[in-house]
Design a protein around this ligand. Structure first.
Ligand SMILES: NC(=O)c1ccc[n+]([C@@H]2O[C@H](COP(=O)([O-])OP(=O)(O)OC[C@H]3O[C@@H](n4cnc5c(N)ncnc54)[C@H](O)[C@@H]3O)[C@@H](O)[C@H]2O)c1
Length: 253
């Protein structure tokens, strides 16, 4: 790599985003961690020698601010990893309407806005990598996750549309679709799922989370970090518009 490249990682304060930020920093990127969690976000940025921008991505102005501060600090942006997200478990009939709206806002509208704001810079420099962290629930559904599944399916559509427009400008756009990854999001979900289904937390892991998988284990966040680094490399220059499953064989049947 010649000039140091700059990467924005949303939701970089925790879990997958943190592992992605660490992997990109190790690979030589200047990393901007954008997150609503100021304490943890600043901590990650300090640990990797990156920058932290505090932003609630459900807010359009704050999405804009993430890109503006990156440009002010580093003068360019090369990679955008749309990763921030959260889960809510509830049957449709009682699914809180404001949570539905927030889910679509953080996990679908914010990626669109951030792509829109970085696009002119990627286009001008003739190189860019956009990686959207969708989910295996962007490919298939499970009960009690209507908001999450709708946002993650939509994010794959956005990925494909942007890939077609980015092709002529050296911009690749891909989605990553993991099954269950060992992060706080999943730890919290085990209890919520146990309540929604009326089963024990152990049964949630064995019979729900790992039941469809050929490989019976949780994915480690570093596995996603490695895939992001690969997608940013020249070796992955032909991969665009893809929705790459890290699903332990979930969708093989
Ligand atoms: N853990 C899994 O099993 C799994 C599987 C597939 C996809 N994913 C996706 O991976 C992404 C990261 O998940 P994780 O498991 O690392 O979760 P996590 O809870 O550990 O981290 C999510 C991060 O997003 C941030 N965030 C949430 N709302 C935000 C907002 N409004 N503005 C800014 N930041 C916000 C949180 O503060 C947190 O730091 C999510 O999009 C999630 O849907 C996770």
């Amino acid at each position: 790599m010649g000039k140091q490249r700059t990467a924005i990682v949303t939701g970089g304060a925790s879990g997958i985003g943190r592992a992605v930020a660490e992997a990109l920093a190790l690979y030589g990127y200047a990393v901007v961690v954008a997150d609503v969690d100021a304490d943890q976000g600043q901590g990650v940025a300090n640990a990797i020698g990156g920058q932290f921008v505090c932003a609630d991505l459900s807010n359009r102005q704050q999405c804009r601010q993430v890109v503006d501060s990156t440009l002010a600090q580093f003068g360019s942006v090369d990679v955008l990893v749309n990763n921030a997200g959260f889960q809510h478990i509830s049957p449709i009939e009682s699914f809180p309407e404001e949570i539905w709206e927030r889910m679509l806002s953080v996990m679908l509208t914010a990626p669109f806005l951030l792509i829109r704001y970085v696009w002119p810079y990627l286009k001008t420099q003739g190189w860019g990598r956009i990686i959207n962290v969708s989910s295996i629930h962007g490919q298939v559904a499970s009960p009690f996750k209507a908001g999450y599944i709708s946002a993650k399916h939509g994010l794959i559509g956005l990925t494909r549309a942007a890939a077609l427009e980015g092709g002529p400008y050296g911009i690749t756009v891909n989605a990553i679709c993991p099954a269950y990854v060992r992060t706080p999001l999943v730890e919290n979900q085990i209890h919520a799922q146990a309540e929604a289904r009326g089963i024990s937390p152990e049964a949630v892991v064995e019979d729900v989370m790992l039941e469809p998988a050929a490989i019976k284990r949780l994915i480690e966040p570093q596995e996603i970090g490695s895939l992001v680094v690969y997608l940013c490399s020249d070796a992955a220059a032909s991969i665009t518009g893809a929705a790459l499953n890290l699903d332990l064989g979930w969708t093989a049947r």
